[in-house]
Design a protein around this ligand. Structure first.
Ligand code: NDP
Ligand code: MG
Ligand code: MG
Length: 332
């Protein structure tokens, strides 16, 4: 079994006297800045512009400053800006002020793994990748828990990079759950693969196709939405808590038999073959290049795809159905 680091394996000692610059105050940025500050660490919030994040950081009691000013005053620089923005910010505002012995920290390996950022030899480069969205990283921490994370070391100039990664993981609350060590390559490639074929891409397309088949066959859209989309949460919650066999125990024998036979018919070997092609494109860097090119053109495919999704029948019906479901959800 892989080594799981918990609170007892991590100490704040290696970073307790350091100044930490959190660059970005979005999903992850706000959670990291607040959790690290609540853990007693010295945190500066560095931002590119005086917009929404700037106002939020002020409301949360920070004194946000321009990226350069945070970088100049920090020992540890954490990149919590969108992945496509990090390279330019690094080249223009971080690199010119970088000092020997600084740390460059990431929450995802994309920019380092695909060499969009190539740090000098005399800094530490490591990652803490929380396995959950930023608001949950904050919520669990406040309630005394933590979201698990992965840590990885790309460059260990000080010889203490892993200890510092674990210290930040501890300050984030992640070691209250558990932290696993990985590499930048493994984290980047598996993260991209998971979100593409499964978490974001696969599941959305699976549910939408199932919904469309029922509606095209003449069933009421509201009923189709319940059956193919809305109930997914309860099934996934069961898998999350009890595994596939636990979920199978909770459904009828008819569902088990039908699911086992039709599931393998619909998601057959040809799907796996295409998943492998997606993985190949991630590993070769083809996906990264394609995404960088797309982003450079203003992300037209992304914008169009999101618009199509927002205007789809499943979203219109979903808004009504979700209201009904949320009304019945117990307020915990
Ligand atoms: P967000 O998109 O939430 O970050 C937005 C922040 O970056 C805001 O402060 C925003 O400022 C600023 N920003 C956005 N666009 C620009 C721009 N063009 N120029 C300058 N600043 C900009 O990022 P995430 O928190 O989602 O991601 C941060 C990192 O964490 C990424 O590396 C990501 O892969 C990683 N990660 C994210 C997870 C998640 O659940 N979101 C999970 C694990 C890792 P403003 O308000 O002014 O727009
Ligand atoms: Mg991910
Ligand atoms: Mg990702």
């Amino acid at each position: 079994m892989v080594k799981i680091y918990t609170d007892k394996d991590a100490s704040l000692e290696p970073i307790k006297d350091k100044t930490i610059a959190v660059l970005g105050y979005g999903s992850q940025g706000h959670a990291w800045a607040l959790n690290l500050r609540d853990s007693g660490l010295k945190v500066l919030v560095g931002l590119e512009r005086e917009g929404k994040s700037w106002e939020q950081a002020k409301k949360d009691g920070f004194n946000p400053m321009h990226t350069e000013d945070a970088v100049k005053n920090a020992d540890i620089i954490i990149f919590l800006l969108p992945d496509m923005v990090q390279r330019t910010v690094y080249l223009e505002r971080v690199k010119p002020h970088l000092r020997s012995g600084n740390d460059l920290v990431f929450a995802h390996g994309f920019n380092i793994h695909y060499r969009l950022i190539e740090p000098p030899k005399d800094v530490d480069v490591y990652m803490i990748a929380p396995k959950g969205p930023g608001p949950i990283v904050r919520e669990y921490f406040v309630k005394g828990g933590g979201v698990p994370a992965l840590v990885a070391v790309h460059q260990n100039y000080s010889g203490k990079a892993l200890e510092k990664a674990l210290a930040i993981a501890k300050a984030l609350g992640a070691t209250r759950a558990g932290v696993i060590e990985t590499t930048f390559k493994e984290e980047t490639e598996t993260d991209l693969f998971g979100e593409q074929v499964d978490l974001v891409g696969g599941i959305t397309q699976l549910m939408r196709s199932a919904f469309q088949v029922l509606v095209e066959a003449g069933y009421q859209p509201e009923i189709a939405y319940y059956e193919t989309i809305n109930e997914m949460k309860m099934i996934v919650d069961l898998i999350y808590e009890k595994g596939f066999s636990g979920m199978f125990k909770a459904v009828s024998d008819t569902a088990k038999y039908g699911g086992l036979t039709a599931g393998k018919y619909v998601i057959d070997e040809s799907v796996k073959k295409r998943m492998k092609e997606v993985l190949d494109r991630i590993r070769s860097g083809e996906f990264a290049n394609q995404w960088i090119e797309e982003y450079g053109k203003g992300a037209p495919t992304l914008v169009k795809g999101v618009q199509e999704l927002e205007n789809s029948l499943e979203e219109k019906v979903g808004r009504e159905v979700r209201e009904i479901s949320l009304r019945g959800k117990p307020k915990s």
